[in-house]
Design a binder for this molecule. Sequence first.
Ligand code: FES
Length: 107
Amino acid sequence: MKQIKIFDSREVALQRLIENRPFTVSLNNLKICLVRYGSFISAFKSACPHSGTSLSEGFVNSENEIVCPLHGYRFSLIDGSEKSGHSCELYLYGTELREDGLFINLK
Ligand code: FES
């Protein structure tokens, strides 16, 4: 497992990641979408598992789900499960918010 640091401190991470607003970073040729709610940060591939549309263009609803802008599939930011009754699932990367930055665990 490879851990990649994003942002130089916890404070910077919390400032840059506006709550419930998708934020995209490029890591190792991957586009990763980050969504913060409170001090929890969810990280996942920006490409929708249904058909590849950028989930970074979607929005977060009141159920802590990212909603795809193309077909409206909803994915849990907590466990990646799809909530609209379809069979695809979002792969979540582990995140760790520490005083010295935000760390994302890539496989
Ligand atoms: S591309 Fe995201 S739901 Fe279809």
